[in-house]
Design a protein around this ligand. Structure first.
Ligand SMILES: Nc1ncnc2c1ncn2[C@@H]1O[C@H](COP(=O)(O)OP(=O)(O)OP(=O)(O)O)[C@@H](O)[C@H]1O
Length: 306
């Protein structure tokens, strides 16, 4: 089992500290979402893990070894950092074949990942004719080529169509279920919520959270109850009588904050209020993330310089 270990990692570009004393471990068997606003340091951290940049101090290792010393690294770590990295005048297949050859991987494996990522029909076309989504799939194919234990993807959903987004979700879940270590950065909160088990959140190069996704949401967004009725006046009166605060929305739903579904259901049926719909509103990753960024004063008060 191979983890990504980041220990007191710092990277400065001139006077700008892109990564600031980061320490975390990305563990196998789950998908870890890597979040943070633009410029928070996610890509820099990934580049440091891949040995594409040298840390100012601290270490980033994979299975206890730095990427630079890995023999045939694609067999250990697969990464998508920049989907435009492939040579435009090569075909998708040739691009993967060159990568495969440098890591003693077979041409058969190239054909497998072309199939797996859905670009086999375009494999003999030049990369410069690929759409953004196809380039993205080619980048993911390259990441999977060596059947690696560790997969790091920077914004993999970028440019994918709805089917592609569903596909990547299933792929990430499967890679984690196979016991791999999967780190995925994204700005799409709904997307991240659909595939991540765990979250690492950065702000201005620092670690803001390293926690299971459910805990991250529950700690910041208290659940509420959503209810729809044909008698809003009776609903409000019954809830207020029991000390609840009920808010009506434009879509005809009411929200009862800090309440349990069963308690609200019992109370309303006891009061003879007609209930058309009743459900738990658990709070979303987006709400929790925005709550975190709003409460991190230093992080919110010092916007990124241009
Ligand atoms: N090669 C570089 N030279 C100078 N500054 C850099 C370099 N690479 C990154 N930076 C700076 O480091 C900071 C972190 O950037 P990084 O790309 O890691 O953030 P990010 O979280 O990946 O952002 P995004 O979500 O926009 O991709 C930014 O301020 C960026 O301008």
């Amino acid at each position: 089992m191979t983890s990504i270990e980041v220990q007191n990692l710092t990277k400065e570009y001139g006077t700008r500290r892109a990564v600031d004393d980061l320490t975390f471990t990305v563990r196998p068997g789950r998908v870890t979402g890597f979040l943070g606003p633009n410029g928070a340091g996610k890509s820099t951290t990934m580049r440091l893990v891949l040995g594409l940049d040298r840390p100012t101090s601290g270490t980033a290792t994979v299975g206890g070894r730095s990427y630079a010393v890995l023999h045939e690294p694609l067999r250990h770590v697969g990464a998508l950092l920049d989907a435009s990295a492939a040579h435009g005048s090569r075909t998708g297949r040739d691009h993967l074949r060159v990568l495969a050859a440098s890591n003693r991987l077979t041409a058969r494996r190239v054909d497998e990942v072309l199939e797996e990522t859905g670009i086999a029909p375009a494999a003999r076309h030049r990369v410069k004719t690929y759409s953004l989504g196809m380039r993205q799939r080619l980048g993911i194919a390259a990441a999977l080529l060596g059947d690696p234990e560790v997969v790091m993807l920077d914004e993999p959903s970028n440019g994918l169509d709805p089917e592609g987004i569903i596909w990547i979700r299933g792929l990430l879940r499967r890679l984690a279920a196979e016991g791999r270590t999967v780190l995925v950065s994204s700005h799409l909160m709904n997307e991240t919520a659909s595939f991540a088990d765990h979250l690492i959140v950065l702000g201005r190069g620092r670690l803001l959270a390293d926690t299971p996704m459910r805990e991250f949401i529950d700690a910041r967004v208290r659940p509420s109850v959503r209810v729809r009725t044909s008698d809003g006046i009776a609903l409000k009166a019954a809830l207020v009588r029991h000390g609840h605060d009920a808010v009506e929305h434009d879509d005809g739903y009411w929200t009862v904050r800090h309440a349990r579904v069963d308690a609200v259901g019992r109370l309303l049926s006891g009061a003879g209020v007609p209930i058309l719909e009743l459900s738990l509103d658990q709070g979303t990753l987006e709400q929790a993330y925005l709550h975190l960024t709003a409460t991190e004063t230093e992080f919110a008060a010092q916007p990124q310089e241009a």
